[in-house]
Design a protein around this ligand. Structure first.
Ligand SMILES: [Zn+2]
Length: 86
């Protein structure tokens, strides 16, 4: 079973279409059950699409913060540690 941290490690290859079929399938399965990673990748794909169209875009700080919070919550649930107090 693939974890969110592994998604982040391979997301660039995924978006570039450089993943092998097996890893890509694992990632798709993870995305099917993980809203946080799905949101992350949808946002990245959206940003990349805008770049591809020649628009220079900045990720709005709000969206960035939202994603960070989303992932942190998700990870805090999945990978409890004793240093979530910040
Ligand atoms: Zn995930």
């Amino acid at each position: 079973m693939i974890h969110c941290e592994e998604i982040l490690a391979i997301v660039n290859e995924y978006l570039d279409g450089e993943l092998d079929k097996e890893t890509s399938a694992k990632l798709d399965r993870h995305l099917a059950g993980c809203a946080a990673c799905r949101t992350l990748i949808e946002n990245l794909e959206h940003t990349i699409a805008l770049y591809a169209q020649g628009h220079a875009v900045d990720v709005p700080p709000d969206a960035c913060q939202h994603l960070t919070d989303l992932l942190r919550d998700r990870w805090a649930t999945k990978f409890p540690t004793d240093r979530q107090a910040e």
